[in-house]
Design a protein around this ligand. Structure first.
Ligand code: FAD
Length: 365
């Protein structure tokens, strides 16, 4: 049986970022995962760091997250590919033009540096986009990360800061007594901790149930498509006004197509399967936005499970009626803001005056 100051259950971007910040501030941290670091949503997501698809209220957090991603060599690792790109959000019809104006205006009010530009200006920024657009929204704060490298980069940084990582530790029971949490795994391992953080992604509801708390967490099965390598077909990160596309070309020539076209999946059953009509719809839209994509072939398709609360806003902060127990997750565009959200929760635990009232779990209890 081992002991720790703080046990974090779930080694995705949220748990790992919180762990790193706490360890940097001198706490003895143990990070537990039923698989290994960032192999859930945080390792299979599209890695898009765009303001065009972020919920308006979360823009201030996404901006801070974007800044952290752009400086990973200073606080995380050199072993992760991060690219800054211009972001264009395209409108093809008059209705979409109206939608783009409305959505960009709201995001701007929350601090996103987005401006509506003419078709001519959009084509100057990226000559590869469909020439039939009506207009576009431009944001220089955009880009992407190669999400499949997240686990390696975080594991290295966490080990450097003496975080104890327990992989293959599936938490099935949590007991609370005398100001300590006793955390038990499926295979009978035991860990005692003074503080507890739940960061189990799409399994947050299951982790909360271990403490007799009931909160509905929806599971969104998201599909992604990657093309074979091809010569340069685009310079920007592309999204569209109705929010159903995210598109960028990596340095190796492959193009990643996403945008929230759902597949089939269940967190409970740990199961995913593709929905072919949605793959086709997603690819059609991608080829419409960047016509040169019609020349490419699909190399691979995969899915990941994303967590969402009933109001699509995150849950971050203290768990009421427990001593020193916290939660973090269900964050829309959660990969973009994850490093910053983790830092915020760590600061709160370290006693700093951090306002997390927007994300209080009490709204669901
Ligand atoms: C396909 C897809 C594409 C996406 N694209 C983007 C994007 O382009 N940009 C963006 O900003 N966001 C994107 N997202 C959202 C983003 O990936 C998530 O918001 C974020 O990764 C969630 O991080 P997390 O740490 O909360 O969860 P996760 O990364 O899922 O981590 C949770 C961890 O908890 C572990 N765990 C669960 N239960 C237990 C247990 N009982 N015991 C121990 N460990 C347990 C799991 O093994 C897992 O490693 C996408 C999501 C998906 C699925």
């Amino acid at each position: 049986m081992s002991k720790t100051d703080i046990a974090i259950i779930g080694g995705g971007i949220n748990g790992a970022s919180t762990a790193l910040e706490l360890a940097k501030n001198g706490l003895k941290v143990t990070l537990l995962d039923k698989h290994s670091i960032c192999k859930g949503a945080s390792g299979v997501n599209a890695g898009t760091l765009t303001m065009h698809m972020t919920r308006a209220q979360l823009i201030p957090y996404a901006k801070k997250g974007w800044e952290l991603w752009m400086s990973t060599n200073k606080w995380l690792s050199k072993d992760i590919d991060v690219e800054k790109r211009n972001g264009l959000c395209l409108a093809f019809t008059e209705d979409e033009e109206k939608l783009l104006n409305e959505r960009s205006k709201i995001r701007k009010e929350y601090g996103a540096d987005i401006e509506i530009i003419s078709k001519k200006e959009a084509l100057r920024i990226d000559p590869n986009i469909n020439k039939n657009i009506k207009c576009a929204a431009f944001c220089a704060m955009d880009g992407y990360v190669s999400a499949n490298q997240t686990g390696y980069a975080y594991s290295k940084a966490l080990k450097e800061h003496k975080v104890k990582i327990l992989n293959n530790f599936e938490v099935t029971e949590i007991e609370f007594s005398e100001n300590n949490y006793t955390i038990l795994s499926k295979t009978g391992e035991k860990l005692i901790s003074k503080k507890l953080i739940l960061a189990t992604g799409v399994h947050l509801n299951k982790a909360l149930e271990l403490l007799n708390i009931k909160v509905n967490i929806k599971c969104l099965p998201q599909q992604l498509i990657v093309s074979e390598r091809m010569p340069k077909v685009m310079d920007t990160v592309i999204t569209v006004a109705n929010g159903k596309l995210s598109l960028k070309q990596f340095k190796n020539g492959t193009v990643l197509i996403g945008g929230g076209w759902p597949g089939i999946g269940s967190a409970e059953e740990n199961f995913t399967a593709t929905k072919s009509e949605n793959l086709i719809g997603n690819m059609r839209l991608a080829c419409h936005a960047i016509p040169k994509l019609k020349r490419s072939r699909v190399a691979r398709v995969w899915l990941g499970l994303e967590a969402e609360t009933d109001d699509a806003m995150p849950i971050i902060g203290e768990l009421p009626d427990f001593n020193n127990a916290y939660i973090i997750g269900s964050i829309h565009s959660g990969y973009t803001s994850g490093p910053y959200m983790g830092k915020l929760l760590a600061k709160k635990i370290l006693g700093e005056d951090v306002d997390l009232s927007l994300f209080d779990i009490k709204r669901f209890l």
